[in-house]
Design a protein around this ligand. Structure first.
Ligand SMILES: Cc1ncc(COP(=O)(O)O)c(C=O)c1O
Length: 424
């Protein structure tokens, strides 16, 4: 092994990783990237088929985003957002408000998807206190939800594998499966309902029934609860529209974005909200309606400059129109796998694709997690030059929008090969 690999093994602890397995294997160390490709220190090339964990949109080393970061670096990298402002943060806020679902008019910055969700939770709770309804403290979240790894976000999460360990530290959440469940639990203590709109990500790329989001919006409005949309994965074109909420004409009360916000270049997140919510925090200082929350890097200039450039690429390249044929290619390629042995389900939406493997398709018997069938399939894909990660027995494809037709063909054929190998 190279000395870099040795030092990785000696000093590092990787996220969501059983380090015993990691230490038994030689790490892939990424050195450079271009477009949809990544290259490692041994010169091997890979297609980045999960967009570097769902973040990258227009490709690696995109000239416009790279240049925007360099230009900003020549001015200043970071100055505090407490008591100060900066041009990229202001420009980005205007751009976000212009593209967000109508009615979301205020932008609060943070660092990643988890912190954007923490902001949404705390804003919702304090909103009701500021509105003299302090009894509204309960949050409803859905089964299999994933909203991040900080404790508030974990409290909302519904994936036992990730979240059960931390239960002693979490606040109580009302957990429901669907709208019927929600209707049974509603009362005047409800602060907000939290949802990953249209599709649950880390819960296994599960699509909500069409119309559910719209129904949920109406339900929240009727019952005085806030609607929090977690667009961390779905935002910025991933579902084929700029935001998933657009598919059903929904404006949430709070919306969290991160991941694709900077095109996959830098950690930056935002929680968008309405004038109604913003207004509830206005008052004399002595009323203590202030939102006492923020991070050292809130409104970071480099991140905001990258995000402004990212959104400019959407406009100038007409990304949403241009990616349509790629969405169609992904859909058709995945549908062609539906009848393959052990393929139990195929799911897709925009540039999101997933194939779920079952031990027995006829009885829907899953592979035990300990078989690590998804991980094995992704290891096979890696050997063939395609990088992605599974969710349990589900293999996820979420390529950058700049992926070319031949690259996507390659990803799909490698996936088919890998499935054949691991189910054999
Ligand atoms: C829907 C959703 N919300 C929140 C998060 C957490 O984002 P981050 O990993 O940037 O903290 C994720 C991450 O996968 C996500 O998919």
């Amino acid at each position: 092994m190279t000395s870099l690999a040795d030092k990785d093994h000696r000093y590092l602890w990787h996220p969501f990783t059983q380090m015993k397995d990691w230490l038994a294997d030689e790490p892939v160390i990424i050195e450079s990237g271009e477009g949809a490709m990544l290259r490692d220190t041994k010169g091997r090339e890979y297609i980045d088929a999960n967009s570097s964990i769902w973040t990258n949109l227009h490709g690696h080393r995109h000239p416009a985003i790279t240049q925007a970061i360099k230009d900003q670096l020549d001015r200043v990298a970071h100055s505090s957002f407490l008591g100060l402002s900066n041009a990229p943060a202001i420009q980005l806020a205007e751009k976000l408000v212009n593209i967000a679902p109508h009615g979301l008019t205020r932008v609060f910055y943070s660092d990643d998807g988890s912190t954007a969700m923490e902001v949404a939770i705390k804003m919702a709770l304090q909103y009701w206190q500021n509105r003299q309804q302090p009894q509204r403290t309960n949050f409803v979240a859905f089964a299999d939800a994933y909203h991040g790894d900080t404790l508030g976000a974990v409290s909302l999460g519904g994936i036992d594998l990730f979240h059960a360990t931390f239960k002693p530290l979490l606040f109580d959440v009302v957990r429901v499966k669907d709208m019927a469940g929600l209707r049974r639990v509603v009362d005047g203590t409800l602060a907000a309902v939290v949802i990953e709109p249209l599709i649950q990500g880390a819960g296994g790329m599960k699509l909500w029934p069409r119309g559910l989001l719209k129904e949920l919006r109406a339900f929240c409005s009727q019952n005085g609860a806030l609607l929090i949309a977690d667009e961390v994965m779905t935002g910025f074109g991933r579902t084929g529209r700029m935001f998933a909420c657009e598919h059903e004409g929904v404006t949430p009360d709070l919306m969290a974005v991160a991941k694709g916000l900077t095109g996959g270049y830098l950690p930056l997140a935002a929680t968008l909200t309405t004038e109604e919510i913003f207004g509830a925090f206005l008052g004399e200082y002595s009323e203590f309606k202030t939102f006492f929350h923020g991070h050292s890097y809130t409104g970071n200039q480099l991140g905001c400059a990258a995000a402004v450039a990212n959104l400019r690429v959407f406009e100038e390249d007409q990304t949403l129109e241009k990616m349509r044929p790629m969405c169609e290619q992904l859909r058709a390629g995945l549908e062609a796998l539906r009848t393959r042995p052990h393929v139990g389900d195929v799911r897709h939406l925009g540039m999101i694709g997933a194939v779920e493997l079952f031990k027995d398709v006829s009885t829907k018997e899953p592979y035990p997690l300990t078989d690590r069938i998804g991980m094995k399939a992704c290891a096979e894909m890696r050997q063939r030059g395609v990088l992605t990660r599974p969710i349990g027995n589900t293999i996820v494809l979420m390529p950058p929008y700049c992926i070319t037709r031949p690259q996507l063909d390659r990803v799909l054929s490698v996936l088919a090969e890998a499935i054949l190998v691991v189910v054999a």
